[in-house]
Design a protein around this ligand. Structure first.
Ligand SMILES: *[C@@H]1O[C@H](CO)[C@@H](O)[C@H](O)[C@H]1NC(C)=O
Ligand SMILES: *[C@@H]1O[C@H](CO)[C@@H](O)[C@H](O)[C@H]1NC(C)=O
Ligand SMILES: *[C@@H]1O[C@H](CO)[C@@H](O)[C@H](O)[C@H]1NC(C)=O
Length: 592
């Protein structure tokens, strides 16, 4: 008996190399598209020795515990409310199981990868290693190609499907770059210029009319067409609040697409529209080779900084300029970066010991163009940031329930509303758009809908169920009734006066709404911190409960798209304006 058992034990050891090689050959598809995503055409094979920065997300062994901890510290009725986790505590909760590390390391080593070159981030759950196309193709049993985008002509190296050895499916969440095609340039910015709205030269008129700031009745009618910080501060009832916790409290703006926030334009903006803030500055943090060209101001970047700071001044604002890739030339062998903006930014932020208490981001993709494994793993990173005590605001998108033909890309080409990601991630707070004053109504481009990837989180189950009951059969079959619904909240989104290259322009988009809402959240965080309390952190559990009366419910307007009338704003939560727009004074009393 003993000798047989020993023999059995020794057999696998003795022949471990051939066994392992066989094990790594047993492939199962991890993610596949039926076709290359819309807009991308195959240009030719990728050069074998083109170098990719391969990122591998390991399964986070205790991720359920991380989510449980996130909800405990974000639920106002829980005894742990506000007791946010440190970087170390989060890293421990998201660390992969040692078996996952060992298995993945042995797979990498078997492919001749020097484990010394593997960078390990996020408690060891994200690995980055440079790998040649030829090697990556063998590891993932795939063929990389060069794809070119129709409208930008940009080239990227991707594949339409990839596989992993069966045994690795239990250990790996996603490998990239593989099937996520969105690049820096083709990522849709959610802001656009409105040349038909005559820009304001200054704000003397608006300011003068605000005789009794803090009363909605005094919001001047000019705010119906042109928005300035004075309009927003009056409308959202924060005019008289003076921030105090400016040594601790910070507001972060995530910028991409080589968009640079301009210092001189911010000064001009303050001189015109917020004179008490003249001299106020912001810090630019360059992430992953992001630039800071002060001769090239970006519409999105300037909008974000001018309104985030225009509302939160003198709270310190930080603009994160996240680098993408140098343009990839298919014929050269120059290694390129891999265009994974959310990932690089998130991994950079999560590596800091202290993080800003409020973040705003105005970028997104159609959810269906983001592979589900990629979306899930990125969404999980937002959960980590929330557990650390940050409020994360995203604009909801500018296509209502969906732009264009709204056909699915699963090979069936059926018409479906098109949710946006990361707006659809349940761990962020998504901001829709409004317009006009007295009354404030939904703006027709306000992105809203239901995720097909993420199920409805419990914090919104009452609000969304109530909405669905009232909705009845309208739009039935065009959206997923069990999905995470958004937006959560809203703010103005049209006629924003933005200084770009010294000139004032009118700008619209939910890109206006997100920094505006973030500015208000930052003031609430200031108030809490100055009272010796924790920052708000992940907002959704508190705004759908204790905070719900602190919103101006928006009850008219709709968000048409996909050849339909979309959804209609009404009493209570709706997928056009969420819970409504913020009333800082009331929110201060409820959740401050
Ligand atoms: C790899 O993929 C090809 C199809 O591209 C398939 O024919 C082959 O069987 C796969 N190899 C393994 C080991 O699964
Ligand atoms: C609807 O959403 C759920 C998640 O809530 C998902 O599991 C399901 O696949 C989605 N249905 C479709 C048709 O996408
Ligand atoms: C504005 O905030 C104050 C508290 O600062 C509150 O009493 C008042 O009701 C709010 N005004 C409006 C119009 O909501």
């Amino acid at each position: 008996m003993w000798s047989t058992a020993l023999l059995l034990l020794f057999v696998p050891l003795a022949s471990s190399t051939p066994l392992q090689t066989r094990k790594w050959d047993d492939f199962e598809v991890k993610h596949a598209w039926t076709d290359a995503p819309h807009g991308w055409k195959c240009h030719g094979p990728a050069p074998d020795d083109h170098v990719l920065d391969m990122r591998i997300a390991l399964k986070q062994d205790r991720f359920d515990d991380l989510v449980a901890a996130l909800y405990e510290v974000s639920d106002p009725s829980h005894q742990k409310y506000g007791q946010h986790l440190s970087k170390q505590e989060v890293d421990e909760l998201v660390a992969p199981h040692p078996n996952s590390v060992e298995t993945v390391d042995s797979w990498l080593a078997d492919h001749g990868i020097d484990l010394g070159l593997v960078q390990r981030k996020n408690g060891g759950s994200w690995l980055t290693v440079p790998v040649k196309v030829e090697q990556a193709s063998r590891m993932l049993n795939t063929t990389y190609s060069i794809f070119q985008h129709d409208s930008t002509s940009e080239y990227i190296v991707r594949t339409t499907s990839y596989s992993l050895p069966t045994i690795l499916h239990d250990h790996i969440g996603v490998v990239s770059p593989t099937t996520y095609f969105s690049t820096m340039r083709s990522m849709r910015t959610t802001s656009f210029l409105q040349p038909h709205i005559k820009p304001l030269d200054n704000d003397i008129d608006t300011a003068a009319k605000l005789v009794d700031p803090g009363s909605l009745a005094t919001v001047p009618s000019s705010c119906s067409t042109t928005i300035t910080p004075a309009c927003l501060r009056a409308l959202y009832n924060s005019t008289t609040y003076v921030p105090k916790a400016t040594a601790t409290n910070k507001l972060g703006i995530a910028g991409y697409l080589e968009e640079f926030a301009n210092n001189a334009d911010l000064q001009t903006f303050f001189k015109k529209f917020r004179t008490d803030a003249v001299g106020g500055t912001f810090q630019t943090v360059q992430v992953n080779g992001g630039g800071n060209d002060q001769t090239d101001p970006g519409v999105e970047a300037n909008l974000d900084i001018q309104y985030a700071e225009g509302i939160s001044f003198p709270t310190p604002n930080i603009y994160y300029s996240t680098g993408g890739s140098p343009p990839f030339t298919p014929d050269s062998e120059t290694p390129t970066n891999t265009n994974e903006p959310y990932l690089d930014w998130l991994n950079f932020i999560l590596a800091q010991t202290t993080v800003p208490q409020t973040f705003t981001t105005s970028y997104g993709d159609d959810e269906q163009t983001v592979p589900i494994d990629y979306a899930t793993n990125v969404c999980n990173l937002f959960a980590q940031l929330g557990a650390r005590g940050s409020s994360i605001l995203f604009s909801s998108g500018d296509d209502g329930v969906g732009g264009g033909s709204c056909l699915t890309n699963d090979g069936k080409n059926t018409k479906q509303f098109q949710p946006n990601f990361p707006a659809s991630c349940p761990f962020v707070t998504t901001v829709g758009g409004t317009t006009r004053v007295n009354p404030e109504v939904a703006v027709d481009f306000s992105g809203g809908g239901f995720s097909n990837y993420f199920s409805r989180p419990s914090y919104q189950s009452t609000a969304v169920t109530t909405f669905l009951t009232q909705l009845g059969s309208t739009n039935a079959g065009l959206f997923n009734t069990s999905g995470r619904a958004y937006p959560d909240v809203a703010a103005q989104g049209e006629g924003f006066q933005v200084v770009i290259g010294g000139r004032t322009e009118s700008v619209a988009g939910t890109s206006c709404s997100s920094p505006t809402f973030a500015g208000v959240v930052s003031l609430l965080n200031d108030f809490r911190i100055s009272q010796g309390k924790s920052p708000l952190g992940f907002l959704n559990p508190i705004i759908y409960t204790t905070g719900v009366q602190g919103f101006n419910d928006i009850v008219s307007g709709s968000n048409p798209g996909c050849g339909t009338n979309g959804f209609t704003a009404g009493t209570g939560w709706d997928p056009v304006t969420g819970l409504g727009t913020p009333d800082f004074g009331k929110l201060q009393a409820l959740i401050g």
